[in-house]
Design a binder for this molecule. Structure first.
Ligand SMILES: Cc1cc2nc3c(=O)[nH]c(=O)nc-3n(C[C@H](O)[C@H](O)[C@H](O)COP(=O)(O)OP(=O)(O)OC[C@H]3O[C@@H](n4cnc5c(N)ncnc54)[C@H](O)[C@@H]3O)c2cc1C
Length: 338
């Protein structure tokens, strides 16, 4: 276990914010994770579990112990004619797992191609994109409680998965470290191109050529054309969740804005794209110093260079106030603010 004091986190967060951590420990096994938790406990310092840092905004130096989860390994643990169970270390890069599965024609996560971050963080907010969510293929996960180092297995029914949330982002936030994840994938993949931009991209492709590999390539192409590369422009993807409002509220917005975009949810409410709300406030592509919103997608807050976490946070608060003032809607951050 390699313990580093006063470590810069610049390379460990995709917002490219330059902050330091009092202690930084990279862990390659469950035992090392337990050792790092013990050390934080001995030093009476808060621990912070870090994956790829692609869903985090550091607003100041972290006065605690960053535990970087680097547990690796991808393994098929069970196989039938229809399904495979794949066990994966929480520190594996999510997109490497997607590539592994796509190459073997194991279907179910191809629509989630190119989402940054680690496998262990994927259940935290039930990652989702292009008409698929992690929960659709999730089988189980194992991890360790920070309070007493007890291990526990969670199955799908235990995880309280919802739209960009789970028990791990809510009541177990900062209380449980995920060390491995098991997914159940299909050996007879069903192609899912229902999502509008994916359907458009797949329109001219003959059905016999529409393999999961092709879907993965299309998703990657769309993502590259819409989202900034974190190596060039710091960001954490969507900064806010898409808000859900009741029917009356949705109708009021529709009356005022005939171009309003709304999706009815299963329980008769309406999801409104947060990016559209921000754009309607005139804030798409805005810039304050080095912080701003992306000019192709207002929902993505960006660091053009040397913005501090505080500056990005202030911008996020300004956006929240504007959306609240203009639409009476409170945006909720999807990104974890530290
Ligand atoms: C360009 C871009 C595009 C994105 N697109 C999408 C998208 O389409 N869909 C989507 O859902 N997300 C998207 N995201 C957000 C992000 O990629 C995901 O949320 C991802 O799962 C975060 O993984 P990470 O390893 O970087 O997590 P981190 O940012 O390191 O951590 C996120 C949170 O999870 C906790 N955590 C991390 N690992 C563990 C663990 N092993 N055990 C317990 N807690 C842990 C952290 O403490 C933190 O609270 C995007 C981000 C970027 C930068």
């Amino acid at each position: 276990m390699n313990i580093i004091e006063n470590k810069s986190l610049l390379k460990y967060n995709t917002f490219n914010v330059d902050v330091n951590s009092e202690y930084f420990i990279e862990c390659n096994s469950k035992e090392e994770i337990k050792g790092a938790i013990k050390l934080a406990d001995e030093k009476i310092l808060p621990p912070l579990i870090l994956g790829g840092g692609s869903n985090i905004l550091f607003t100041k130096d972290f006065e605690g112990v960053v535990i970087k989860n680097s547990i690796k390994g991808i393994e098929v643990i069970e196989e039938t004619d229809e399904h495979v169970l794949i066990k994966c270390g929480a520190g594996e890069i999510w997109d490497n797992l997607v590539e592994f599965c796509v190459e073997k024609n194991f279907g179910g996560i191809e629509n989630l191609s190119l989402i940054p971050g680690t496998v262990g963080a994927a259940p935290i907010q039930n990652i989702g994109a292009y008409g698929a969510e992690l929960k659709d293929v999730f089988y189980s996960l194992t991890g360790v409680f920070l309070s007493n180092l007890q291990e526990k297995v969670f199955y799908e029914k235990d995880c309280k998965f919802g739209y960009r949330c789970s028990i791990f982002k809510d009541e177990l936030k900062n209380k449980f470290v995920i060390t491995e994840v098991v997914l159940k994938l299909t050996k007879n993949p069903l192609i899912n191109t229902d999502y509008s931009s994916l359907a458009k991209a797949a329109f001219d492709i003959p059905s016999e050529e529409l393999t999961i590999k092709k879907v993965s390539e299309l998703v990657k192409q769309i993502r590259r054309s819409k989202l900034p590369d974190t190596k060039e422009i710091g960001n954490a993807g969507s900064f806010f969740k898409n808000p859900i409002v009741d029917k009356n509220h949705a109708e009021k917005i529709k009356l005022e804005f005939t171009d309003s975009i709304q999706y009815e949810t299963e329980d008769g409410q309406f999801k409104i794209p947060a990016g559209w709300l921000i754009e309607k406030c005139g804030l798409k592509g805005m810039r304050v110093g080095d912080s701003g919103t992306y000019d192709k997608q207002a929902l993505v807050l960006v660091n053009h260079g040397k913005a501090s976490g505080q500056e990005i946070y202030k911008l996020a608060e300004f956006i929240r106030k504007q959306v609240s003032f203009n639409f009476n809607i409170n945006l909720e951050a999807e990104v974890n603010i530290i």
